[in-house]
Design a protein around this ligand. Structure first.
Ligand code: SAM
Length: 277
């Protein structure tokens, strides 16, 4: 109910509503010194609820344990948001490692440049004005976007909670581009809502994340805001990744569809791809 009211607002209004809602708490945390320099005010965190720092730490640990992230890696963060992934990586990557992030929300990119790049110059962020009906009202087509990086530039790439807000043509373009900018043998860790026999059997009884709008190889949560949340058929993703030169090394299924939380490493399905040689 609250979620559908929220989606009914245009993107700029959603940002304003969040700022207003959290303004008293943000003011209190700022004057009482409860918030450190690498944690954004709650009203600016447009990338999801929960504990910003704890969620970032947990995902960085997933990268280390399940995807082989090393301190010397050059990392690409696709949809870097307001730094939830970048902040913990500042404590993992060493002087031989580096980080590039890009995002379509200018405010998030500017916050990261001001708070993170000034302290960690090996962490760089770019604003790319691409369309996404959840996050902005206008922009260029993401399904035509060429990443602004050279071929084989990175050892590691990630897209956390990004393809869950993409339509199929955008996923296809981003997998192709990720494959291009990864070194052969490089790793790509991305999250999805994957439709397969097990998850689809669990969906009918659910009130949230039931994805009622079926479009064949993908399902939408909301027809008005198509990027609100999107799920994809796992066999479609497997075939697409293969065609883009990305092998799927592992899938760690998440608890979004009602699996046992204690048996999952994340809410969303975590997919580890390997760039074929
Ligand atoms: C749920 S947030 C996750 C942000 C970040 N990955 C994290 O885990 O905190 C989804 C992000 O994808 C970004 N995004 C949406 N469309 C995009 C596109 N075409 N290219 C890059 N980022 C995009 C949004 O602006 C938003 O920051």
């Amino acid at each position: 109910m609250l979620r559908s009211l929220y989606y009914a607002l245009p993107p700029a209004m959603r940002f304003r509503a969040r700022r207003l809602w959290y303004a008293p708490l943000d003011l209190w945390e700022s004057i009482s010194g409860k918030r450190d320099a690498l944690t954004p005010p709650r009203g600016l965190i447009f990338t999801g609820g929960g504990d910003f720092r704890a969620q970032g730490d947990r995902m960085a640990e997933v990268f280390r344990r399940h995807a082989g992230l090393l301190p010397r890696h050059r990392v690409l963060d696709i949809g870097s948001g307001i730094g939830r992934i970048a902040v913990p990586l500042t404590g993992i990557l060493d002087a031989s490692g580096s980080y590039e992030g890009f995002d379509v929300v200018e405010m998030g990119v500017r916050w990261c440049q001001k708070r993170i790049s000034t302290r960690f110059p090996r962490f760089q962020f770019r604003y790319v004005p691409l369309a996404n009906d959840l996050y902005r009202a206008d922009g260029q087509e993401a399904d035509q976007f060429r990443f602004p990086y050279a071929d084989a530039d990175f050892e590691f790439a990630c897209a956390i909670s990004v393809f869950t807000h993409f339509l199929p043509d955008e996923v296809e373009q981003y997998l192709r581009e990720t494959s291009r900018v990864l070194k052969p043998g490089g790793t790509f860790c991305a999250t999805f809502f994957l439709l397969n026999a097990a998850s689809e059997a669990l969906l009918p009884g659910r009130t949230q994340f039931a994805f009622p709008h079926d479009h064949g190889h993908y399902r939408l949560m909301d027809e008005r805001v198509r990027a609100a949340n999107v799920s994809f058929r796992e066999d479609w993703l497997r075939a697409l990744a293969q065609g883009c030169g990305l092998g799927i090394e592992a899938i760690h299924y998440g608890y979004w569809c009602g699996r046992e939380k204690g048996e999952c490493i994340d809410f969303q399905d975590v997919v580890v791809f390997r760039r074929m040689k």
